[in-house]
Write a protein of this length. Structure first.
Lengths: 380, 180, 628
């Protein structure tokens, strides 16, 4: 029923129209908006519009003690919080000259890879949902939940673990956790064929995703694409291997790549990365019981903890790409500046705008999700 | 693209040969710190990208230094072949905070310059897009400036919840209460 | 394991990828229908009750009120300022043991369950439970005062509790260097090395700034402030904070009974912050000239024209003098001994408090304008009446200079000494008849002071030590500080505990030894001092001299008959108000002779007395300040 005072607005005749995507579209991880100008269903121009999740983390971090920021950083990226903790902690360690004990390094790798699997499972689901495959989303999210159970056991929290701290991790693993992790990995592996049947080798999916949002290798490099998105364009670069940290040099893993650079290639790279992460986790399960010792180096009283003056740029390979923390200390009890370089800052803005401009209305959500862009990382 | 191969030492040599008066410090295995005069920065980035393979602009960081009345801009560039991150540090005066855009050298600079413009108020001449992105409905000063006091802003803008649970009323009746 | 991950492949920039995960594994378009098989699988069912949380879970807070001391460190570390401290008047308050009547309240509109409050809690009282459900439309239910049962009183088990891995407090003290027993046993050199700048900084960094020490200190020293200043590397600021309340930093930095450390929150589970040694570090690190400048920064520029005489140059007398002089009054201190300092000089052995350090403190006090006349005994050299008539106010602070006697058989023999008397002789360098073996009666710090002094003299004179110390108290209830007992033992003092003196055995006019009996109990049912002995359990401790160190008394005969009669007395002591005032308006008393028991209490009494005198004299301070 139209209200009584309804008057139709007449527009000048045009083939073009503007459409607002978001800011709470389900095809997007977190609140984000895209303003698209369309001609029919062809996108003429797309303008990314962020800020809905801006909480001023970089500013707040300047107001907090070094240890207090441990509670803040995981919130920068909800689906993949562990790399944030790792990256911040390592920046502080580099500035403060802290040595992370061996056992803590292995535990951190375990946490990072578990988080990567979680994030990719989440993306499996999201990717599927953008083209109407909700079953796959439910499966992905429910598998992820089993990992969250383990996170809860280890850290006491499911999402915001606040577990990695400068100098190590906050406490050792609970009894029998590695066994439960091993069982979960077996379970996950046994479930992957189901995903394969339903989704990855689904003719409809493959046809739908092939050629959508294609990035060539040259473009990927020029646009600052990193992580799985870069590897989907055929470039085997991974911070874990190129700029290694923790005990990654001791681990055997491949860096999966695809050539096509389209939505399908990005999905496939992530699928392969889940397998690589399982491989890494199995190595951790084999090695960790033989590595004794403390899980954190001695830290000074956090209320009286100054970090020597200097600056550092710490990098981590998150599930989304290159994550960097540029941290400046003036020798005080709080950081002077923390700059978060999230991979999605490229993927969700300039890259997305360029890709969408080549696509069609129905591709928008799929392209956004195939880039696995994380809006809170953009907004900070 | 021609790429000169070599160890970081030759990177240092090349840079120092081409841009005199530059200071290059090795900070760890895969980290270089370069202190450069601001006018030489675009040339340095061109050199690093074109001759030495630093093709990936990882980030541009801005730091506010009110004491010296300067902004520090740090350009982090990564070379996939040399596996080295070079961080080029420059300072620019705060008033006016203006610098030349490097978007024509590194496309990712577009986002970072826009972000720094928004958060610190630095104007990048030649940047393709300095429209507000995150703070679209913000009327205040650039919030990342040290002179912007978050707590003050919050206290002026928001009301704190005044809790009055029963237990607190009991305690207050006995002469106690929340200590400020 | 071979490090396979590190192997570098020769690779060009646009190399063919090393692992192409060839997709397009298109199966039959019916393949996705396999998922339909899930229809026939047993469904997953979960109970409606909340799922039990993991053992480490970080749910709602619990706080054991019995353990909690109200230090507020949880509120300090809270990154969201979600914790505020609530003053609860019903709860016990105990400054001496560092307990404040307040408990943390948590605002769940702000808490992020990071559990830093748990990791930093000095007592381990606060923890996060495994309870995690709270649903309410009532805002007030989100501000809670947790007890050990949690926010709904349901008694959920603890999830994230205190754990060694995640504990954020440094419970270990920085080690303090000491001269080895062999190297110190024949001399009076200072034993404790003191912190260097680095260890002092680390030790200072252990402080959580809860302020329990400030409350516990008799003179309320600003320990949190000076510790923070030391941590910041600003020793001059530290000295400034110290002089706000204490003109004896050198002395108290060495021999203070450190009530602050007893109350220190870190001491709840670990070793308290070495507050005393930090004070010593700060004062040692600043030049005497600079110390004077800092200490006298608040000295009044104008004179009040009033005169005050102080009898006795111990900590109480000199603190009173220092304060009054800074307020612009003319102060003269009379000391019967050759040098000022009282018990600090003549009671405390030099190996604990070097005389030049005491001199440094006194030099600052003299620089404030205090005149100290040594070798002037009131009653002997100057009449008390003359003091009265020449001054506007008089303070007596003559301490406890007389040793008490056990009055056991033989205690009137030559060769039986009182500890205070003997310690004074050691300080003054007066000779006495030192024997190759000695017995000391008493288990307090004074007993150990004399025992360890005698041990040093014996070692120096005879090359060996033979000192026996007999204490009435059992080993675990010794009155002396633990370090005295340990260090005394290291220096060769043989300690017998739980034994009472029976008699001094004398043969042919020479002391043969001290006979002791086993002590069964020290106090009677009503708590009065009334030791019971097992007379059958007798030991003879061979010794050629005996020292009694069982307590001291005061000698106030110098007051004269009129004043003595005008004063009110209480169990042999002058009765005073809290501010040192007596029944005689112009006469004040302070220090051990009226209160005891140690230097820091004497300093505190000195401040109170000075302030009372200033008021008595017309409030010189406020008037002077107004005049400036």
């Amino acid at each position: 029923m139209r209200p009584e005072n309804y008057r139709p607005v007449s527009h000048p005749p045009s083939h073009e129209y503007e459409l607002y995507f978001g800011p709470n579209h389900p095809g997007i991880e977190g609140n984000y908006a895209i303003r698209v100008r369309l001609k029919g269903d062809e996108v003429q121009e797309a303008i990314a519009d962020g800020g809905y999740l801006h909480r001023g983390f970089e500013k707040i971090m300047e107001e907090r003690l070094w240890i207090q920021n441990v509670a803040l950083v995981p919130r920068i990226c909800v689906p993949d919080p562990v790399p944030m903790e790792e990256c911040y902690s390592r920046a502080v360690e580099q500035l403060g000259g802290l040595e992370v004990p061996a056992r803590a390094q292995w535990i951190r790798v375990m946490m990072l890879e578990m988080s990567r699997i979680c994030a990719h499972l989440f993306t499996f689901g999201g990717n599927a949902a953008t083209i109407g495959f909700y079953t796959n989303m439910f499966w992905g999210v429910s598998m992820r939940d089993l990992f969250l159970d383990l996170f809860e056991e280890i850290t006491g929290a499911r999402i915001y673990h606040m577990y990695i701290t400068p100098g190590g991790v906050r406490r050792d693993l609970p009894e029998g956790l590695l066994d439960r992790l091993a069982a979960l990995l077996d379970d996950l592996e046994s479930r992957l064929p189901d995903f394969e049947d339903l989704f990855f080798s689904n003719t409809v999916v493959i046809n739908r995703a092939t050629g959508t949002g294609t990035i060539s290798a040259e473009e990927a490099l020029a646009w600052g694409v990193t992580g799985p998105n870069l590897r989907a364009s055929g470039l085997p670069f991974d911070v874990r291997r190129d700029d290694p940290y923790l005990v990654y040099p001791e681990l055997e893993f491949e860096v999966p790549t695809m050539k096509d650079g389209d939505a399908l290639a990005r999905m496939m790279v992530r699928k392969a990365e889940v397998l690589e992460s399982i491989k890494i986790l199995r190595q951790v399960i084999a090695r960790l019981p033989h590595i004794e010792g403390p899980v954190r180096c001695p830290l000074p009283n956090p209320l009286a903890w100054n970090i020597p003056a200097g600056d550092t740029f710490a990098r981590v390979e998150s599930s989304k790409g290159e994550l960097g923390f540029f941290v400046v200390s003036t020798g005080g009890a709080k950081p002077w500046r923390v700059h978060v370089r999230g991979p999605s800052q490229m993927h969700a803005v300039q890259v997305l705008e360029r890709l969408l401009a080549r696509g069609r209305l129905e591709d928008i959500a799929q392209i956004m999700f195939s880039l696995d862009a994380c809006p809170p990382e953009v907004d900070r | 693209m021609t790429v000169e191969t070599g160890t970081p030492a030759t990177i240092v040599d090349t840079i120092q040969h081409e841009i005199p008066g530059i200071k290059v410090t090795k900070q760890g295995e895969r980290r270089l710190r370069i202190d450069v005069a601001r006018d030489s920065l675009p040339a340095l980035l061109e050199l690093l990208k074109g001759r030495l393979g630093f093709i990936h602009l990882s980030a541009i960081s801005c730091v506010d230094w009110p004491e010296t009345d300067e902004f520090e801009l740090v350009y982090h560039v990564w070379s996939y072949e040399r596996k080295t991150l070079a961080s080029a540090h420059i300072t620019i005066p705060r008033n006016p905070g203006r610098f030349v855009s490097v978007y024509d050298i590194h496309t990712p600079a577009g986002f970072y310059e826009r972000d720094i413009h928004e958060m610190f108020g630095v104007v990048f001449v030649g940047a393709p897009n300095l429209r507000p992105f995150i703070l679209t409905s913000w009327g205040g000063p650039p919030p990342m400036l040290k002179s912007f006091n978050t707590r003050e802003y919050v206290n002026q803008t928001y009301e704190w919840v005044d809790y009055q649970p029963d237990w607190l009323k009991d305690v207050e009746a006995k002469g106690g209460g929340v200590e400020k | 394991m071979e490090q396979k991950g590190t192997k570098t492949r020769p690779r060009k920039l646009y190399e063919v990828p090393n692992m192409d995960v060839t997709p397009k594994n298109k199966g039959s378009f019916l393949r996705p229908l396999k998922a339909l098989s899930f229809l026939f699988r047993e469904p997953v069912t979960l109970p409606m009750e909340p799922r039990p949380a993991a053992e480490n879970y970080r749910g709602f807070h619990v706080n054991d009120w019995e353990k909690c001391i109200g230090c507020g460190t949880c509120a300090e570390i809270c990154d969201n300022e979600a914790i505020s401290m609530v003053h609860i008047p019903d709860l016990p308050e105990d400054h001496k043991n560092g307990i404040k009547p307040r408990r943390p309240a948590i605002d769940y509109g702000r808490c992020c369950w990071c559990a830093l409050c748990v990791d930093i809690c000095p007592t381990g009282s606060i923890a996060l439970s495994r309870e995690y459900i709270h649903i309410s439309r009532e805002m007030n239910t989100f501000f809670i005062l947790p007890d050990e049962k949690g926010m709904h009183g349901l008694g959920y088990p603890i999830g994230w509790g205190k754990n060694e891995d995640s504990d954020l407090l440094d419970l270990k003290r920085q080690p303090m260097g000491e001269v080895e027993p062999e190297a110190r046993s024949d001399n009076f050199d200072e034993i404790v090395d003191g912190f260097d700048a680095h260890t002092a900084l680390i030790e200072a960094s252990r402080c959580i700034q809860c302020g329990m020490c400030h409350e516990a200190c008799p003179t309320n020293m600003h320990a949190p402030q000076y510790i923070r200043a030391i941590w910041e590397g600003n020793v001059e600021k530290a000295v400034e904070e110290i002089y706000r309340t204490n003109p004896f930093p050198q002395v108290c930095g060495r021999v203070c009974t450190h009530r602050c450390e007893t109350a220190c929150s870190i001491g709840r589970r670990g070793e308290p912050v070495a507050i005393r040694w930090l004070k010593r570090y700060a004062i040692d690190a600043v030049s005497p000239a600079k110390v004077k400048k800092i200490a006298l920064a608040d000295k009044a520029k104008k004179k009040s024209g009033k005169k005050v005489a102080i009898v006795g140059s111990g900590p109480a007398g000199l603190t009173t003098a220092f304060d009054l002089a800074k307020l612009g009054h003319a102060v003269t201190v009379y000391e019967s001994k050759e040098k000022p300092g009282g018990m600090m000089r003549y009671g405390i052995p030099e190996y604990r408090l070097p005389y030049d350090k005491l001199d440094a403190d006194i030099a600052v006090i003299e620089a404030a304008g205090v005149a100290i006349e040594c070798g002037k005994a009131i009653g002997r050299d100057i009449g008390f009446d003359a003091l009265r008539s020449d001054n506007d106010a008089v303070v007596v602070a003559t301490g406890l200079g007389q040793g008490r006697s056990t009055r056991i058989p033989g205690s009137d023999q030559p060769g039986v000494f009182s500890a205070v008397d003997l310690l004074a002789r050691v300080t003054a360098g007066e000779s006495f008849d030192l024997k190759e073996s000695a017995a000391v009666i008493g288990g307090g710090n004074v007993a150990f002071d004399i025992a360890r002094s005698l041990a040093r003299l014996q070692k120096k004179t005879f090359g060996k030590v033979d000192v026996t110390l007999v204490a009435l108290e059992a080993r675990d209830r010794m009155l002396a500080d633990e370090e005295e007992v340990i260090e005394g033992g290291e220096e060769g003092v043989k300690v017998f505990t739980g034994r009472g003196p029976k008699q001094i055995v004398v043969e042919n006019g020479a002391i043969k030894g001290l006979e002791t009996v086993l002590c069964l109990s020290i106090f009677d049912e009503e708590g009065r001092f009334h030791p019971k002995y097992d007379e059958a359990d007798v030991i003879l401790h061979p010794a050629a001299m005996v020292v009694e160190a069982i307590g001291q008394a005061t000698d106030v005969s110098y007051l004269g008959k009129d004043v003595t009669e005008a004063l009110e007395w209480e169990r042999g002591r002058i009765k005073i108000g809290r501010d040192g005032s007596t029944a005689v308006p112009w006469l004040f008393a302070a220090g051990d002779m009226v209160e005891g028991p140690d230097v820091i209490h004497a300093v505190a009494a000195g401040h109170r007395t000075a302030s009372a005198i200033d008021t008595f004299l017309g409030g010189g301070s406020s008037k002077l300040e107004a005049a400036e």
